[in-house]
Ligand binder design. Structure first.
Ligand SMILES: Nc1nc2c(ncn2[C@@H]2O[C@H](COP(=O)(O)OP(=O)(O)OP(=O)(O)O)[C@@H](O)[C@H]2O)c(=O)[nH]1
Length: 310
C-alpha cells in the first residue's frame, strides 16, 4: 500500500476507534462463549444502536447473527466479520462517486449543508479531486450571507489555481450563480461547484433562495444543477439524520459527503443514513487538508467501524 493511502486509512481507522471501541468492548466477552444466546444478541443489538447504526440495521445484524450462530461456532473475529459484512452490504449500493458526464458543460454541483459542517473545505477537496482528473473547475461563492465564507472560498481557489465567481456580501446568490455559469460556459469549464448559505434556522428563506438558484440555473441549462450534494458532519451523530430530513425538504438532495470521520467520529451514523435514506454517498472527509477527501469505500468503513485491522 502506498504511503498516501496508508495515511488516510490511519486517519479513518483512528477516528472511528471511538465507535469501534465501544462496539468491540461489547462484542468481546460475549462471543468468547461457545454459543450466543438471546440475551447476548440483545446486548449486541444494543451496542450497535448505541454506536449510532440505527435500530433497523441493528435488528438486521442481530437476525443475521442469530441465523448463523448454530451453523458455525463463532469466535470473536467470526462475529466481527458477520457484522462487517452486513454493514458493507448496506453501504455498497450507495457508494457512488460524482461522475462528470454533463453535456453541455459545465456540470453544476450545488453544495448545501449547515455552517460548520465542512462545506467550504469539501468544495475545495472536491475541486482538487476533479483537477487531478484533468477537469477544468470553477467555484461560485453562492453563500453571500457571510463575507468570511466568500473569502474562505477564494483562499482555497487561489491555492488550487482556479477561479471563483463571487458577488458582494449580502448580494443576490442566484445572481452570482448566473454569472458563474455564464463565465464557466464561456471558458469551457467542466465542473462548476457552487457554495450556498447554510441557514437551516430559517427554512423558508433557505428554501426560497435555493429555489431561486434553481430557477436561474434552469434558464441557462434545464439539466442544472446536475448534483445537489449535502455535506454532513459525522461528529454530530443523530443530528446528521435530522439534517438529511430537513435538507431533503428544502432541496432535491442527490448525494451526501460525510466529513470529519477522522475526529471523534460517530461512523455508525453513515450506516444509519444509508439504511434510512438510501442516498448516494459520494465521498468521506478524514481531515482538514486538501487530500483528505476520499471516494467512499464501504468495506473500509465497515472494517473501521467494527474495529477490524486497518
Ligand atoms: N477533522 C476534520 N475537520 C474538517 C473536515 N472537513 C472540514 N473540517 C474542518 O471543519 C471546520 C469547518 O469547515 P468549513 O469548511 O469552514 O465548514 P463550512 O460548512 O463551510 O462552515 P462555514 O464556513 O462556517 O459556513 C474547519 O475548521 C475545517 O478545517 C474533516 O473531514 N475532518
Amino acid at each position: 500500500m502506498n504511503e498516501e493511502k496508508k495515511g488516510w486509512r490511519d486517519k479513518l481507522f483512528g477516528g472511528l476507534r471511538k465507535t469501534s471501541g465501544k462496539l468491540t468492548e461489547n462484542l468481546t466477552g460475549l462471543v468468547t462463549k461457545a454459543k450466543l444466546d438471546s440475551a447476548d444478541l440483545d446486548e449486541i443489538e444494543e451496542a450497535l444502536i448505541v454506536s449510532d447504526l440505527g435500530p433497523a440495521t441493528a435488528s438486521q445484524i442481530r437476525e443475521k447473527l442469530a441465523s448463523e450462530r448454530f451453523e458455525k461456532g463463532l469466535d470473536e473475529e467470526g462475529v466481527r466479520l458477520i457484522v462487517e459484512d452486513e454493514i458493507a452490504n448496506i453501504l455498497s449500493p450507495v457508494a457512488k462517486p460524482i461522475e462528470i458526464d454533463a453535456f453541455p458543460r459545465p456540470q453544476v454541483i450545488l453544495v448545501i449543508g449547515v455552517n460548520g459542517s465542512g462545506k467550504t473545505t469539501t468544495i475545495a477537496k472536491l475541486a482538487h479531486l476533479f483537477l487531478e482528473q484533468d477537469y477544468g473547475v470553477m467555484l461560485a461563492a453562492g453563500d453571500t450571507f457571510r463575507a468570511a465564507a466568500i473569502g474562505q472560498l477564494q483562499v482555497w481557489a487561489e491555492r488550487l489555481g482556479i477561479k471563483t465567481v463571487s458577488g458582494p456580501e449580502g448580494g443576490d446568490a442566484a445572481g452570482v450563480v448566473f454569472d458563474a455559469v455564464k463565465q464557466a460556459t464561456a471558458e469551457g469549464i467542466d465542473v462548476l461547484i457552487v457554495d450556498t448559505a447554510g441557514r437551516l434556522q430559517n427554512k423558508r428563506e433557505l428554501m426560497d433562495e435555493l429555489a431561486k438558484i434553481r430557477r436561474v440555473l434552469g434558464r441557462l441549462n434545464p439539466e442544472a444543477p446536475h448534483d445537489v450534494v449535502l455535506v454532513l458532519d459525522a461528529t454530530t451523530g443523530q443530528n446528521a439524520l435530522s439534517q438529511i430530513e430537513v435538507f431533503k425538504e428544502v432541496a432535491d438532495v442527490t448525494g451526501i459527503v460525510m466529513t470529519k470521520l477522522d475526529g471523534s467520529a460517530r461512523g455508525g451514523i453513515l450506516v444509519a443514513a444509508a439504511k434510512q435514506f438510501g442516498l448516494p454517498i459520494h465521498a468521506i472527509g478524514v481531515g482538514e487538508t486538501i487530500d483528505d477527501l476520499r471516494p467512499f469505500d464501504p468495506r473500509d468503513l465497515a472494517r473501521a467501524i467494527t474495529g477490524g485491522a486497518a
